[in-house]
Structure formats: structure tokens, C-alpha cells
Design a protein around this ligand. Structure first.
Ligand SMILES: [Ca+2]
Length: 330
């Protein structure tokens, strides 16, 4: 017997034993059969055969992704800790520097879509550290793993077909289609369906390249925000000082409990430096990510738009604060 086959048998036995003798023996053929069905579906959806063959053969589920997907989401850090990591001195400095470097382009994109450029840069920084960390997974393989896995199969299968459509249109080569373990792609971390809905070819080369073309990255992010309902004449919100000794702060908090700024002023809220709240006729909602004892923010409609992008108050607040740091450098 050749060495490689002895090794294969030893490995096979080891896996068999560890898994209680069931799963690994069945998993491989099942996945291959599933992949065969998927290839048929992709062909039926109009994806050309060479592309289907190139992307949907010789792939395997990625164990690390299954591990990450099975991990229970738990909030292990406070907002205070999150904010000190997400909006640290290095990130602020980098944001200001890139804001200057890409100033002319950002102004042009901002004017075209109606989004203040500091928010585009803040989102870029929060999502991928300005393009440095796009995730290390091939998007097709990641989505195939999650679509096969069963927890949210229909969603990821649909995203996979969206991804194939992007490859069909030639926006990116398959081996450069890189994203997070959950399939969020490129420098602005769009899911493939969001790409097909919002991504832009702002430099006009015929490709919507959110992986390597800053003009397309900025325009895609701005187009998302403006489509979802961004107000270019408004900011996101601000840190506020709540009235002292109010036991019902928590009862006032929540995005669904927006009130005119005048009501918040009557309730005793001030800007963080003690000045009165602005007198604009705007509705604002009270957000306290760490509860009544932590930081408090009054947020406007644009905050909801950031939350449409990412449903996390931690994320949305950090984007707003980073944007303010950029704006303060102007
Ligand atoms: Ca382009």
C-alpha cells in the first residue's frame, strides 16, 4: 500500500472516531450532491456554464465559517469599551489623513449623492479600517458553506446567486471576490444583494469595483445612504447631558420614542458641554447603549439610516462620533 493511502485511512479513522462515526462519512457526498443541484439552479438562472464550473466545483464547506456561524452572539463588552477601541486616536488620525488625501473625490461623491463626505469616510473606517481588512474569505466559498449549513440556507443561497450575477457581469474576478466569513464584500462590506442594489461605477470604467477603486467604494456607500433616506442638511445626533436625578431616563430611551428637541430641552437635557440643545424643529430619540448610568445621545433620522446599514447601536453611534472627529479637523 502506498504511503498516501495509509495516511488517508489513518486520518479517516481518526475523524470517524472523533465525530462518533457518523458525520464526516456522510458530509462530503451530501455537499457534493447539494453542489450539483446548486450548479443546475445557477445555470437555470442564466449564469454561463464556464463560470458555474469555475466557481462551483472543487469547493468544500469551510469549517472555520461553520464555527463562527454557530457562535452565539453575545455582548461581551460595554459600549464604552467598544467606542474606545473603534474610535481610537490611530483611527481618527487615519480618517483625517484619508479625508484629506481623497478630498476632491469625496467632495464630488458627496455632492452627487447628497451625503456629507465625513460620514462616507467614517463608515469606510468602521467597516474595514479604510479597506485594510475586508475579511479573508472567498465570497462564493463562504456563501456556499453557509447556504449548505442549513441555519439560514434560503438567505445565503439567494446571496450566492447574487454573487454569481456580479461575477457574470465582470465587476470582479472570482479570485479577487473577497469578503467576510458571512459574505460581506469589499471595502464597504456589501452583501451581494446590496451590491446589486446599491453599488456604483463612479470612475466609469464599466465595473463596480468595491474592492479596489476608491471612487466606486465611496459612491457605493453614499448611494446606499441616500437611497435609504439620508438628509444631507442634518447630522447624526450628539452626546447629551441628561437631567440629574431622573429615575425615568430609561423609560424615555429608544429609537421608537422620538420627541421634538424642544421636549428634550424641557425635560432638562443639555449638550454635553452644558449649552442648551439646538432649537431646530427636529425630532430626536434618546440612545443610552450602556443604560442610564452610561453615555447618552440624542439622535436624528440619519442615525436610523446608519442602523439600516448595520443594526447595531454600538456601530451607528461610533460612526457618528468618528464622523464628528473628521469634521472637527476641517
Ligand atoms: Ca469602476
Amino acid at each position: 500500500m502506498k504511503n498516501w493511502s495509509k495516511r488517508a485511512i489513518r486520518c479517516g479513522l481518526l475523524v470517524w472516531t472523533l465525530a462518533g462515526g457518523v458525520f464526516p462519512a456522510l458530509a462530503a457526498p451530501d455537499f457534493q450532491q447539494w453542489l450539483g443541484d446548486l450548479r443546475q439552479e445557477a445555470l437555470a438562472a442564466g449564469i454561463p456554464e464556464p463560470l458555474v464550473t469555475q466557481t462551483l466545483t472543487d469547493i468544500q464547506p469551510i469549517p472555520r465559517i461553520l464555527e463562527l456561524d454557530a457562535r452565539q452572539p453575545e455582548r461581551t463588552i460595554t459600549f464604552d469599551t467598544y467606542l474606545s477601541r473603534a474610535v481610537n486616536k490611530t483611527r481618527i488620525a487615519k480618517a483625517r489623513e484619508l479625508y484629506r488625501t481623497h478630498g476632491a473625490l469625496l467632495e464630488k461623491v458627496g455632492r452627487h449623492y447628497g451625503v456629507q463626505p465625513r460620514f462616507i469616510v467614517a463608515l469606510w473606517g468602521m467597516e474595514t479600517d479604510f479597506g485594510r481588512n475586508m475579511g479573508g474569505f472567498k465570497v462564493i466559498d463562504a456563501l456556499a458553506t453557509l447556504a449548505y449549513d442549513g441555519r439560514r440556507s434560503a438567505f445565503f443561497r439567494s446571496e450566492l446567486l447574487h454573487a454569481l450575477q456580479i461575477l457574470k457581469e465582470g465587476h470582479i474576478a472570482p479570485d479577487r471576490m473577497i469578503g467576510s466569513w458571512a459574505g460581506a464584500m469589499g471595502q464597504c462590506q456589501f452583501m451581494p444583494s446590496s451590491f446589486n442594489r446599491y453599488a456604483q461605477d463612479f470612475d466609469g470604467d464599466g465595473r463596480r469595483d468595491i474592492w479596489g477603486t476608491p471612487a466606486d467604494v465611496f459612491a457605493s456607500a453614499a448611494n446606499y445612504l441616500s437611497t435609504v433616506g439620508w438628509h444631507v442638511d442634518q447630522t447624526w445626533g450628539r452626546a447629551v447631558r441628561p437631567p440629574k436625578g431622573k429615575a425615568d431616563l430609561v423609560a424615555w430611551a429608544g429609537l421608537d420614542k422620538a420627541q421634538p428637541l424642544s421636549v428634550w430641552a424641557k425635560r432638562g437635557f443639555h449638550q454635553i458641554d452644558g449649552k442648551p440643545l439646538p432649537t431646530a424643529a427636529m425630532n430626536a430619540a434618546l440612545i443610552m447603549p450602556d443604560g442610564a448610568g452610561g453615555k447618552a445621545y440624542l439622535v436624528y433620522d440619519n442615525y436610523r439610516t446608519i442602523m439600516d446599514w448595520n443594526r447595531s447601536t454600538y456601530f451607528a453611534t461610533a460612526v457618528g462620533i468618528l464622523a464628528d472627529h473628521i469634521g472637527a479637523a476641517k
